[in-house]
Every structure is written in C-alpha cells, then in structure tokens.
Write a new protein. Sequence first.
Length: 212
Amino acid sequence: MHRLLVIFLAAAGTSVLGLRGLGAGVPAQPCLAPQQWEGRWVLYDHSTGRNSRAAVSYDGPNQRIRILQQIKKHTPCQKFFEYIYLYQSMVMFQINQKTMECSKVVLSEPWDPFDIPDNSTFEDQYFIGGPGDMVEVQEWSDRKPARRHESWVGVYTLKDCYPVQETYTRNSSVTTSTRFFNLQLGISDPNVFTPPSTCQSARPEKMADSGC
C-alpha cells in the first residue's frame, strides 16, 4: 500500500476488473510483492478527473521512487515533471522536464511501500480478462470490522504478487486510483534516483502543475 499516490492510486467495486474466482478460499496471509521494479502507471485523480501517465522506478529496500510523467502534446498549458522521492532523506525533488528547474520539498508522510500489509483484509479472488487470456488476482483492503468503509484497496497478481491496481482515499473528496502495467523486475539504471545538477540550487516550494 502506498499513500504517496494521493500527493502525486480502481473504483472499489470488485466486478469491474473481471470474473470472480470460483471456490477460492481465504488465503492464510498476503503474498510478498516485488521489492524492486520498473514499469508504467496511469493515475486517476477522482477530485480533478485528470489522468496522469508516467514511467516509474520503484526501489523498496532503499525507500525511493522515481516518477517520469509522460509528455502529452495535446494538453495545453500543462507542465510535465520528473519526481524523485527519497524517503530515507525525507525529501522529494520535482524537476521540470522542459526547463530543468528544480524544487526540493520536505516529505511529511513516512515511507509506505507498494505491498499488501500483513494485517490486510482479504476481499476477493478473481480473473482479469476472459477465456484463454486471463490473469488471476487477489484483492485486499484495510477494512476492519469496526469501520464501514476501507481507505485502501489493492489488487495484486496471484502468481508473482505484482501490483495491478491500487485505490487510496484520504477523505471523502480525495481519492486516487492507479493501474500498473509493463512491470519488469529490478532497476536498470540506479542513477535515475540521483537529482540533476540544477537541484543544487532548488527552490523550497513545489511548482504548479500547469500555467501558460
């Protein structure tokens, strides 16, 4: 589970992703998600109605994430950034992909990995896709008996525990949903976590996402 996505994760209904698993029992414990991977995601912010596509490098052992937003030429006035989250230092670097301007912002939230916490509640097991082309997944949440609604729902593949989709709600008006795809194990270039030289004179406040 990762709360970073509220700052920068599918609708909570289980049937939207595919067929429900038949006869699937409740697993003894959550699977163990990969610790290092690269891939892409599409993040949907329910409060703004905006999708954000990005390439992502995730390094769990060193508590760092690099997000490179996909540039879309048909989005007027939209700025595109590279984000480097270094949780061991509790800082985030935001780099304008066009001008290379840099912001260095102190992180207020602790490291929260992309995984299924041990105390999660099993929700369902089902298949994404259809006959001849299906992937079996499990759905988990942080729902507890004393609370009516969950604030996090995670969908992970059954075989290798890859993240497929995460939803996180901070309050009734802030919800993000993220779909993960094209994941590859490992980090091909560790240097992506090193801020560029322009960050040596970084501004202390986050830059606006848009502006002409």
